[in-house]
Structure formats: structure tokens, C-alpha cells
Design a binder for this molecule. Structure first.
Ligand SMILES: [Zn+2]
Length: 273
């Protein structure tokens, strides 16, 4: 597991799988871990790092959403206070998420030195723009359905870090599991954050963190364009401009499946309107 980005307060780890990020943020009063993930050695590296830097500080664990790759490290940090959305806590498909973890681990004969489980949430985010004060630091949360119904953004005000979950990636187009309409609204919310809250660092769930505002806007624009192209193709029957997609994102063999799933998902969504 490599460190993709590092300042005295923020460390972004990157898994070898899907370039999934795990972020550790330190303030005077706490250490916050976001979505610790994938391979046992990668999770244990994050645990060692946290042990080394923690001192006497409180430990928090934030889950951006319930996709199985983002939650599989939960019990590696049993002493942490868990933050996630209320929709995450009340997810009707908890067993499905767990089954996906088991499927993955058994498929690759993976052995973990901690038990698997669906995270128990201690601090629930139930409304948009909810703020939470943790040991004299302020976190602002935004409900961001579209990718999943239980996704959220977190803005850590004093570091300027913006935890975006599976939005605004530079290596993935939108994966739409919840709603393409909600996804578009979430993108507008993201644009509002870029313009009004001046985030210093955008950290997506997959791919590169960025400090550049132009890059943040570019990811917003490209994500929105993908959704618009998808809708237009489905409504007119014209083919989706796929060649362009692979030129932009690469990893065609891996991303062709998610793109096909988006087409089927949005087709149903448009038909039921
Ligand atoms: Zn996801």
C-alpha cells in the first residue's frame, strides 16, 4: 500500500486494488480514519500508522457509504467511534454488503486477522449540512445520494479537506446505483462546495486527491456530461459515445461492466418516470 498524498495533518493511502483511498486525518484532539480498505496487509499498514501517530487522541472512523470495499476494514479498529449517515445505519441491504465481502475474500483465499461485520454507527448524519464538533474541530456533512442512497461528503473545516466518497474521481465515471437524478443534484451540491467553501484538498474514493480548483471543476463537468450523455442516448436511441469514454478513463476491460450496468439502471429509471 502506497502513500499517495501526505501533509502533517493528512495522509492518503492508496490500495493496489481500484486505487481505492483510505485517509487518515490528524488534529490536536483526534485521529480520523476514512474507509480503511482492501487487502489485509494494507489494512494492517494503516493500523500500524495510526498506532504510531495516535498518542492519547480519540479515534474516529468515517464511512462514506456502504459499498463493501469501503466498509470491510471496520473491525480492524474496534476502539474507534463510527460516523456514517443515518441511511447507512438503516441500510436494508446490510447482509448483501457482508456477502460481497465474503465473496471477495473467498474468491481470493484472503485471510483477515479481524472479524467481518456491518459497521455499528455511533454518530449518525441525518440531515444535510449537519455539523459535528469533535474535540474542538468542526466537521460539516452533506447527504449525497446518487451513487448509493447512503453516501455523504465531509468537509473538515480547519484542514480544508473534502472527503468526497465515490464522487469526483479522475479515474472513474459516475457509478449509478441509487438514482441518476439524485446523482446530478449531488454534483450540483459539489459545485456549490467548490465555489463557496473553497476546499483545500478533494479526496475521492478512487484515484487522485487534488488541491487544484480547476481540476475539481473539471471532474464535476465530466461527471455531469457522462450522465447527460447516458440520458440522451437512452432517450434518443442514438449510441452512447463510448470511444470517447475509454479515451478519457482507460481501464476499458474493467470499466465496461460498470458502464453497461449504468445503462441498464438508468434505462429502468427513465422508463419508470
Ligand atoms: Zn462505492
Amino acid at each position: 500500500m502506497m502513500i499517495q498524498y501526505r501533509t502533517p495533518h493528512i495522509t492518503v493511502f492508496e490500495s493496489a486494488l481500484y486505487r481505492t483511498t483510505s485517509t487518515v486525518i490528524q488534529t490536536k484532539g483526534f485521529v480520523l480514519i476514512v474507509d480503511p480498505n482492501w487487502l489485509p496487509r494494507e489494512v494492517s499498514r494503516i493500523r500500524q500508522f495510526v498506532q504510531a501517530i495516535r498518542g492519547g487522541r480519540s479515534l474516529y472512523l468515517l464511512f462514506t457509504h456502504s459499498d463493501y470495499d469501503h466498509i470491510l476494514g471496520w473491525q480492524a479498529f474496534p476502539e474507534a467511534t463510527v460516523i456514517a449517515s443515518a441511511a447507512f445505519a438503516n441500510n436494508p441491504q446490510k447482509e448483501k454488503c457482508l456477502e460481497q465481502i465474503r465473496q471477495f475474500d473467498e474468491e481470493y483465499y484472503i485471510r483477515r486477522d479481524y472479524p467481518l461485520g456491518y459497521p455499528t454507527v455511533d454518530i449518525e448524519i441525518f440531515e444535510d449540512e449537519q455539523t459535528v464538533e469533535l474535540e474542538q474541530a468542526r466537521l460539516r456533512f452533506f447527504l449525497t445520494p446518487g451513487h448509493t442512497a447512503d453516501s455523504l461528503f465531509a468537509l473538515l473545516e480547519h484542514t480544508g479537506a473534502w472527503i468526497a466518497g465515490d464522487y469526483l474521481s479522475n479515474i472513474e465515471f459516475p457509478f449509478i446505483y441509487d438514482s441518476n437524478y439524485a446523482y446530478e443534484q449531488t454534483l450540483q451540491k459539489a459545485l456549490g462546495i467548490i465555489r463557496e467553501d473553497d476546499p483545500a484538498l478533494l479526496i475521492p474514493g478512487h484515484g487522485d486527491a487534488t488541491t487544484q480548483k480547476a481540476e475539481m471543476v473539471k471532474r464535476y463537468t465530466e461527471s455531469l456530461e457522462y450522465i447527460h450523455n447516458l440520458r440522451a442516448a437512452l432517450q434518443s436511441g442514438a449510441p452512447f459515445p463510448e470511444a470517447q469514454l475509454w479515451e478519457r478513463y482507460g481501464n476499458k476491460r474493467g470499466l465496461a461492466g460498470p458502464h453497461r450496468e449504468n445503462v441498464e439502471f438508468v434505462r429502468k429509471e427513465l422508463a419508470s418516470r
